[in-house]
Structures are given as C-alpha cells and as structure tokens.
Design a protein around this ligand. Structure first.
Ligand code: HGY
Ligand code: MN
Ligand code: MN
Length: 405
C-alpha cells in the first residue's frame, strides 16, 4: 500500500470542509436543509470531488449521491450533507470527504469496490423525519414520509419533485440483497470521551435507540390581566410541568437522555394566557425496552398533569428507531487499522443517531469516531483538527486495505 501522508490528508480534508461550510441558507450561520438550494449546491460540489477522485457519480430519487469505483459486491462508506440549525462544519461532511479522500489515495482503484454515499436527511431539520435517505438506500423507506410537511407547509413529496426527483423512483434507491458487503461511517464523536482518553480515534460499539414525538397541550387562551390564577387553563404552565417530568425521567435511568428542543406557545402574545402549546420530546437509550417504558411513563405523567389542570394532551410520534449494535467483525478490523497507526482504539456507544442505524438494516455496519474539541457539536464551535482528520482518514485507508468483501 502506498505511503499515507497524514498531514496532507488532514490539510485536504480541512480545505474541503471549509469549501462546504459557507453553503448555507443564511449568512453567518450554517443551515443546510434537505432538498434545499443549499443541499443542491453542496451535492454538486461533492459530486465534482467524487469525479475528480475517479468515481462514477449518480444520484438517487432522494438526492443521495453515490460515487462508485469497481464492480461487484462492495464496501459502502458514507455520511450526510444536511445540517442542524446553526450547525458546525464537520457533523456529516467529514464522513463523506473521508470516503472521497480514501478512494483518491488508491488513485481510484481501491483493493475492493467502493461506493461513497452522501445522504441528505440525517438531521431531520426540515421535515419531522430523520434518516429517510439512508432508509431508502437500505430499502426501508416509509411511504408516509412523503406526506410530511415542513414549517412552510411544503410536503416532502412536493419538495422532492421541486428538486427534480420522482417519488415513484424511490424503490430504485435500494441496494439489492448481497450487493453491499458492509457500511462504514467516519464521524466526529460529538462528545468528550476521546479527548479525555487523549486518543484521536474511537470505535462505536452501538448507536442508541431514539423516540421523538410532539406533545400538544390545549387549555384556554385568556386575558393575562383579568383571569384569576385559580380559574386558568394555562397550556404553557402545564407544559412546563411536563417538560420537567421528561427531564426527571431522563435523569432517572442510567445512560438515558431526554430533551425538549422545540416549544411553540400560541397565540404567542405577552398579555394572553397560552391556549395551545406544542413541544417536542427526544428520548434516547441503548436499551429499547427501557426506552419504550420511559415513553409510556412520560405520557402517563403528562395525562395526570393535564387532568389536574383541566387541560387536554395528545401525543404525535414521528420517529422511533431501535438501538443498533455495530458489527463486531468490522469493529475489530477498524481496531486493527487504528492499531496500524500506533493508536489505541477506544470503544464506546454513540448517543447521537447516525445513518449507520439505517444502513445496519441492509448490511453489517460500523462507525469510527474522530475526536472533536471539547466534545462540542450541533454548534458553530464544532471543530476537529487537521491532524485528527488526517489520522482518521489514514485509518480508513488502512481499514480498506484490510477489508475483504
Ligand atoms: O440527533 C442526532 O442524534 C443526530 O445528530 N441527527
Ligand atoms: Mn448531527
Ligand atoms: Mn451527523
């Protein structure tokens, strides 16, 4: 295998990360939503990098880019181009860029056939879906996703047609059984463990299961000055009690997290008692039974709170993905590749969701984590050093050299 220049790889990765970073719907902060003009521009830039690295480039019915080298049963390497709101530059793009630079290292002729995949809806920032494009590649896309609407009332299906795609072609996005030998994703850790271990690379043992749902609390809007406190049916005060219940449940279980990220109080005026509130809950845990029991516990508590306050409460579940165990053989090959570079491979679970969860429904899947500064992510301060990125891509290259389809 040709010598690997870690410094050069890190510098290339940093240049490519910096080229993608400004492709945002807003100046001054990174927002790159699925099927947006920014998604199109980022995909076009990425497709050109894939072609320059010697890949045949295609795009499926959900906008996923596929850079291909070699024929036959293949190794899939991928991650996502979409971002959260006010995102960092590395979450997603690093995994796509790493695949491209690894293929480029082999001058477009790696020892095994490879597809590099650039997914578009990992974050779920536009529609109340997530992992929908990797789901299509894995052959498990759910038709009802097409009916979901974004904040402007645009449906997923309409956005797809506007992007120049035909939803009828979605089934063609799926790999045939046996075509994909394995899926590997390189991603920033988005947590503090690798820094604490003073190591640049980690191996993911498993990815948490996730439940995401909306809670709609209905009370009675009223005059903030004239309705006595004991006569109110305040939807926001009731919601606040429910939010604290979610936090308490999250704290009560080792390794569980519960987050309320969106609160929408209507009518949203300072002198009106809120009559209707929608808030989201994101609950995660490595054990699926514990997670499902926690969801039920929250809903029971929310009903009790609503009853005590003469409110109505309903729940709309829009995401439920089971915990994923990463393939043990792939983990060991990644560990050997990391060892080739003289580093210790730290094994850890992932509290973040990833496209790898969907790809594990298609073929054996594994992930490699890269240290990120202070563990910060989903934040413009997110940062991975060129040296760590170069080391990660070198490990990916060594993995490819060791991998057998
Ligand atoms: O939310 C997550 O875990 C991922 O960043 N989409
Ligand atoms: Mn993310
Ligand atoms: Mn990500």
């Amino acid at each position: 295998m040709a010598a690997i220049d870690i410094k050069a790889l890190g510098a290339r990765a940093e240049t490519m990360i910096s080229a993608l970073a400004p492709i945002s719907s807003e100046p001054g902060r990174l927002i790159r939503l699925f099927l947006s003009p920014e998604h199109r521009r980022a995909a076009d830039m990425t497709a050109q990098w894939m072609r320059d690295a010697g890949m045949q480039v295609s795009e499926d019915a959900l906008g996923t880019l596929r850079g291909r080298v070699g024929e036959g049963r293949r190794l899939l390497i991928g991650s996502h181009l979409d971002s959260v709101i006010d995102a960092g530059n590395y979450d997603g793009p690093l995994g796509v860029i790493a695949g491209i630079l690894a293929v480029e290292h082999f001058k477009g002729r790696p020892p095994v056939p490879i597809d590099v995949l650039a997914f578009g809806d990992e974050e779920g920032s536009r529609f109340p879906s997530t992992l929908s494009t990797s789901a299509a590649v894995a052959g498990v896309f759910e038709e009802e996703t097409l009916g979901l609407s974004d904040r402007n009332g645009v449906t997923y299906g309409d956005a797809l047609r506007k992007y120049g795609k035909n939803p009828a072609d979605i089934p063609k996005a799926a790999y045939r059984r046996g075509e994909a030998a394995a899926y590997v994703e390189l991603h920033i850790e988005q947590g503090p463990r690798l820094e604490a271990a003073n190591e640049p690379l980690g191996i993911v043992t498993g990815i948490v299961g996730q439940s995401r749902w909306r809670v709609i609390v209905t009370g009675m809007a009223g005059h903030a000055g004239t309705v006595p406190m004991d006569l109110r049916r305040d939807a926001l005060a009731g919601s606040a009690e429910m939010v604290l219940a979610a936090e308490r449940i999250g704290r009560a279980h080792e390794g569980m997290v519960a987050t309320v990220g969106i609160v929408d109080a209507r009518p949203g005026a300072g002198n009106i008692i809120p009559g209707r509130v929608m808030f989201t809950v994101d609950l995660r845990c490595m054990d699926d039974a514990t997670r499902k029991a926690a969801v039920a516990e929250f809903e029971d508590k929310a009903r009790d709170i609503a009853k005590a306050r003469k409110l109505e409460v309903t729940f709309e579940h829009f995401h439920d993905v089971s915990a994923t165990v990463c393939d043990a053989g792939l983990q060991d090959t990644l560990a050997a590749a990391i060892g080739d570079l003289g580093h210790r491979a730290i094994r850890m679970p992932s509290g973040a969701g990833h496209d790898g969860q969907m790809m594990a429904k298609l073929c054996p899947a594994a992930m490699m984590f890269v240290r990120c500064r202070d563990g910060i992510s989903h934040n413009p301060a997110e940062y991975a050093s060129p040296d760590d990125m170069g080391t990660a891509i070198a490990a990916l290259i060594r993995f490819i050299g060791r991998f057998r389809t």
